[in-house]
Structures are given as C-alpha cells and as structure tokens.
Design a protein around this ligand. Sequence first.
Ligand code: ADP
Ligand code: MG
Length: 288
Amino acid sequence: MNARTHETEGGLGTMDGSVTPVQETGLAAGPIVVEARNLRKVFTPQDGNPPVVAVEDVSFQIRRGEFTVLLGPSGCGKSTTLYMIGGFEKVSGGELMLHGKPVAGPGPDRGIVFQDFVLFPWRTVLGNIMFGLEMMRRFDRAEIRARAEHYVQHLGLAGFENAYPSTLSGGMKQRIAIARTLATEPEFMLMDEPFAALDAQTRDRLIADLSRIAGEQNTTFVFVTHDVREAIRLADRIIVFSPRPSRVVQSIQVTLPRPRDSYDPRLLEIDRELRSLIGRHAPDDPAS
Ligand code: ADP
Ligand code: MG
C-alpha cells in the first residue's frame, strides 16, 4: 500500500514512543508559504496566575495549495497556532514566517472560519456573504452581488439566498460562514474546528463538499481538528501535535484519491496508525 508517504524513516513515529523530529521532503508541488520554527506561545494572565505555555516548541511547513490539517488532542495549542498564523495572536518565541517574512498582524490574505458561526442575524444569507466583499471596498455593487451569488451556488445554498440565518440549521449556517470567507478569495483559509458542533450526517456532507471545493480553489487551507477521521478525509498533509507541552510529532502526506470514503480500508489503515501515534504521545504514557 502506498496511499500515503511517510516522511520520517521507520513510518509513523518511533517504536519507543519518543518524539520524532519532522523531516520535510520536497514531494509536494507548491513552494513553502508558511514556516514555523520552534514556535512558542505563552499566555501571561493579568490576574497574577502563572503563565500558560499554550505552544511549547512547534516546527512545521505549509506548502502553497496544500490542504493542511493541524491535528491533536484538545488543549494542545492548535487554535493558538492558527491564530498566530492569522496574526490575531503574537508569537512569544521562535519564528513564524509567511512568505519568508514574520507574521506582523492580520490581513485580507488570510480568511478565518470559526466553530461558532458569526453571522449577522439581520442580514439574509446573500447579505451575509456580501458583507466580507463590501468590507474590502474593491468591488462595485453588481460585482459584489455576482460574486456572492457564485458562492451561494458553490456552497449548496441556492434557494436560501433570502432566508435569515435564524431560520436555518447549523450546517447551513456554517456553509454561509464558509461562503462569506471564500468569496473574498483569500490566499489562506484558516478554519478552526468548523464542523465540531454539527451532527454526524451534516458533518459528513460538509467534509465531502469542502474537500471538493478545496480541489477547485487555489487557496491554501489550514484546518484545525482533533478528529482523526476528519483530518484524513480532508488533508493533503497532516501535522500531528502532541498533547501539551505541544510539539509536532509528525508531518505526513495523505495521497488517497478524492472523494474519500470514510470506510475505505486504506483510510482506516491511516486512521489506525495515526491513533496509535497519538496514543503513544498521550500524557499518561510513561514513554512520553
Ligand atoms: P486547542 O485548540 O488545541 O484545543 P488552544 O490553542 O485553544 O488548544 O489552547 C492551548 C492551551 O492554551 C490551553 O491550555 C488553553 O487553556 C490555553 N489558552 C488558550 N488561549 C488562552 C488565553 N487567551 N489565555 C490563557 N490561556 C489560554
Ligand atoms: Mg481549539
């Protein structure tokens, strides 16, 4: 089976459970657009409580056009890492480079989608999608409408253009949030567990649709999840985080053909190996 390429000698991780350094190979097509080197983030509470090391020492590379998933258990610093890429959180140590320059702050090149949809209840579906485009102040009204209508179709929202978010399901709301961000055509789509609150069936359809859409866009996706199966269905590359103190355990390429079926035996095999890798780095593991 050659469904994915291990990038470290000896397969996924090492037998003794120690953390394997990540070795990037030049297998992927695109140039490196994001690079973290010994990235660190410490939160210092104002109330005198001790500092929290959210990200201990994280190194990885993201290539243009790749769908990259940051995978790891809750609390390991995935969101914090994503927000540093987005420029919403400052870096405490190490380096975080975007096109070879340190991330200086947020920018329209990086669109973000959160788990909790932040939609305007007083705007229709189309109005919500138009919002991001209006903020850009780059297009006239007709262009904004045309673009928004395109993404309505693209995200399967046709027929709901004039509905208000409160009348729609969680899955539909998340489609609106994704459409609104994609419509601005950012270079990067940063997504923080966008499907975590959805029921299994809705989530399944959204994963399939996002996988298809990602294949049609030039966008570089950086998607955070703690769900192994979701990661494998979506990713070209999975960057596996250990529990806190967080490090990158492994960076693997997933080359399974799309669309990916959850029950494909090759997918299940990667699922099994990833779970075993993550398990070896669990906090109750004396080897970790
Ligand atoms: P993940 O997304 O992997 O679940 P997070 O990046 O949200 O993890 O958080 C990593 C750690 O940093 C957690 O222990 C969390 O409680 C802590 N943390 C996150 N944001 C803050 C903050 N603003 N202030 C203090 N601690 C924080
Ligand atoms: Mg998170």
